[in-house]
Design a protein around this ligand. Structure first.
Ligand code: GLU
Length: 383
């Protein structure tokens, strides 16, 4: 067996041992191109989840399909919907969706519980912790939490928009071991399989490098055929939380038991060994960024070396934010390097940028913290 094969075998063994699993199900699977939910398909996957529960695992389902189900119920047709129509469809469809899951699980004596989240729920530390406690309690009670975005109340600027990100956030929220992204494609390919007959499935990704990202987002990409970009982002977020991800085709029979038995299926993304703590995960993924600070080379190197951000290394500040907001730290080339909670507002930062902390009092009229972002409140995004 080659080294690569034995790495893959060891990785799939870890998948087989996963105890807490998040399963994300996309609309294309739930409707299979029709305008209504495919109850049989849902029933089969829920039965598979029940087998996993009976074997001692815990499962959370992150499901789309509310808008699709509501669109059919409200006879909105296939034209692109206005935001308020989508929200009305989600309101009408969420109940239908839950009813499907309810029926599918009750057939195996399992109860479900609905959790609807918005980005704002995870941006507030207390609400984030509350969501976590509720999920933990439901899992302890043996229920299957069914999560979706609360589409009815979110506005476009702050919505997740797709459930891949939401699923990765939930994985981080409750320290899941495995995230399964079920989609209508087999996994990540080295070329767009719709355009290249010779395209090869990539079975194992140890690190999501820039080259891997290019496979999903570059020219001839798979963007339109399965949202590979958001799936890779989700896999990266999960990896940073110490969670593995499998992208697999939900139309394959027994897909969930096969994955959980450790049989190589789709593309497996390993988790990172230096996964970040729950609080840092919240800073990195839970909060919306209020603006950007552009750094000079010295500050960028200091940040990557695990040090705090000082005003001296800031070249430019973009956006309007208050003290305590989350901001992105950009390299001199404009790449996002880190995210952190700032000790100064955007206006204050513009005034102290490039200065030493001993000058803060003369400039601002008060001394404040020496660091603009303390390293305890800073998460490096690139490795
Ligand atoms: N939350 C949306 C729904 O339930 C779907 C988002 C997605 O497609 O990932 O219809």
């Amino acid at each position: 067996m080659s080294r690569h094969e034995s790495n893959a075998a060891a990785a799939w063994q870890r998948v087989a041992q996963a105890r807490r699993v998040i399963i994300k199900i996309g609309s294309q699977l739930l409707t299979a191109g029709q305008d209504h939910l495919q109850r049989d398909w849902i029933g089969r996957r829920c039965r598979e989840v029940c087998l996993a529960l009976a074997a001692g695992r815990q499962a959370v389902i992150v499901t789309s399909g509310a808008i699709a189900a509501g669109t059919a119920r409200l006879h909105l047709g296939r034209k692109p919907l206005l935001l308020r129509e989508k929200q009305a469809a989600a309101a009408a469809g969420q109940g239908v969706l839950m009813q499907c899951y309810e029926e599918a699980f009750i057939a195996h004596d399992r109860s479900v519980a609905q959790i609807l989240l918005t980005r704002e729920d995870v941006a507030h530390r207390r609400r984030y912790l509350n969501a976590r406690d509720t999920l933990e309690t439901l899992l302890t009670l043996g229920l299957v939490p069914i999560v979706n975005e609360n589409d009815t109340v979110v506005v476009e600027e702050i919505c997740f928009g797709e459930n891949d990100t939401l699923a990765a956030l939930v994985a981080g929220l409750i320290d899941a071991d495995l995230l399964i992204l079920l989609s209508d494609i087999d996994g990540l390919y080295d070329h767009d399989p719709h355009q290249h007959d010779q395209a090869q499935l990539i079975p194992l990704v140890s690190h999501i490098t820039a080259d891997i990202e290019r496979l999903a987002g570059g020219s001839g990409s798979q963007v339109g055929s399965g949202g590979m970009v958001t799936k890779l982002q989700a896999a990266r977020m999960a990896a940073r939380s110490g969670c593995m991800t499998v992208i697999a085709n939900g139309f394959c029979e027994a897909v969930i038991p096969r994955i959980l038995a450790g049989q190589p299926t789709g593309t497996l993304f390993l988790s990172e060994d230096d996964a970040i703590s729950s609080r840092k995960r919240w800073i990195a993924h839970g909060l919306r960024s209020g603006g950007d600070v552009e750094l000079d080379d010295g500050a960028a190197a200091a940040l990557l070396g695990g040090r705090s951000l000082l005003a001296k290394g800031i070249r430019r500040v973009q956006g309007h934010f208050d003290r305590g907001a989350a901001v992105r730290c950009l390299s001199p080339q404009g790449e996002p390097l880190a995210r952190g909670l700032v000790n100064y507002s955007a206006d204050e930062l513009r005034r102290i940028a490039g200065h030493h902390s001993s000058e803060f009092e003369a400039i601002l009229g008060f001394r404040g913290d020496d660091e603009v972002i303390h390293r305890d409140n800073l998460v490096v995004l690139t490795t």
